[in-house]
Design a protein around this ligand. Structure first.
Ligand code: ATR
Length: 274
């Protein structure tokens, strides 16, 4: 029987996930389909019941349901449990639902695709302490990056992440600006300026280390103001598109036990976004 998958969220019309997964199904000759479903918060419970009843094999979960989906799931992968957020659901053969979070691991795969996996001892700076930053912090720790500093406009939230990680440091934005030259990897995880033109960098890159790696989780635009500024300081740039493609690829692997071609997809979506 043909398998089918979905992404649920509100809004959902602009999601690039259906196109990405359907392209992979075609490339790999998998008889499956992936559709976007607009689900409002008040309809989430009914939506989960419907997806189960109609035999979805799995689905992705996006804003605003990543936390609120949890009570409707039967089991959580340990990393998703730590993060308190789920972006991928797998329907198990007995009909139960298991939740995963592939966002943070997607980021690390994308980072390592560009910089290799031999830079784990570098000092890493995470800018931001919202949901996205939390996911990346836990994934970085799981993949062996232990020299982690978190900075955030609201420093208390950075402290919370560090306390949950059980390692690393929290610094204020000003303290971070003064010591920026010690970080080999700097990751922009805030939503500052998203969707408005008056973008201000979450912190000054004046002291960015020569040759540092600068990554952003935003992929539209591909070159964010943060990455442009970092590039002017001779940083090596990692845009957010790889994270998007790899979070999808890891979800795909949970569903179908095969890893799709991420390089071709990144090239294809880069052309679309340019
Ligand atoms: P997400 O799920 O995308 O991480 P979020 O949980 O709302 O979204 O977190 C947004 C992050 O962007 C937070 O770190 C937030 O800082 P605060 O914790 O101080 O709110 C950060 N952020 C949003 N707008 C910002 C701005 N204008 N300047 C600096 N940081 C900003």
């Amino acid at each position: 029987m043909k398998k089918w998958f979905a992404v649920i969220g509100d809004p959902i019309a602009h999601s690039k996930s259906p196109n990405m997964h359907n392209t992979w199904f075609d490339e790999m000759n998998i008889d499956a389909a992936y559709i976007p479903i607009h689900v409002k918060s008040e309809d989430l419970e009914n939506a989960v019941a419907s997806l189960k009843m109609l035999g979805a094999s799995g689905w992705n979960v996006t804003i605003p349901h990543k936390q609120t989906i949890i009570p409707y799931l039967d089991e959580l992968d340990p990393l998703a449990k730590k993060m308190g957020a789920v972006n991928t659901v797998l329907c198990l053969p007995d009909g139960s639902l298991k939740g995963y979070n592939t966002d943070g691991a997607g980021f690390v795969h994308s980072l390592e695709e560009v910089i290799g996996n031999d830079k784990k001892t570098l000092e890493v700076l995470l800018i931001g302490a919202g949901g996205a930053a939390r996911g990346i912090a836990f994934a970085l720790q799981q993949y062996g990056y232990h020299n982690l500093t978190v900075t955030n406009r609201t420093v208390e939230k950075a402290k919370e992440i560090v306390s949950e990680l059980g390692e690393g440091r929290a610094l204020s934005i000003t303290e971070t600006e003064h010591s920026l030259d010690k970080f080999g990897i700097v990751i922009q995880c805030t939503s500052a300026g998203l969707g408005n033109s008056e973008f201000r960098l979450p912190l000054s890159l004046e002291k960015l280390q020569e040759g540092a790696i600068a990554a952003d989780i935003v992929y539209n635009p591909l070159m964010t103001p943060f990455l442009l500024e970092a590039q002017m300081k001779n940083a090596k740039i990692v845009n957010g598109l790889g994270m998007f493609v790899h979070q999808g690829a890891i979800a795909f692997r949970y569903w179908l036990e095969q890893y799709p071609n991420t390089n071709n997809m990144i090239k294809r979506l880069t052309d679309e976004l340019n």
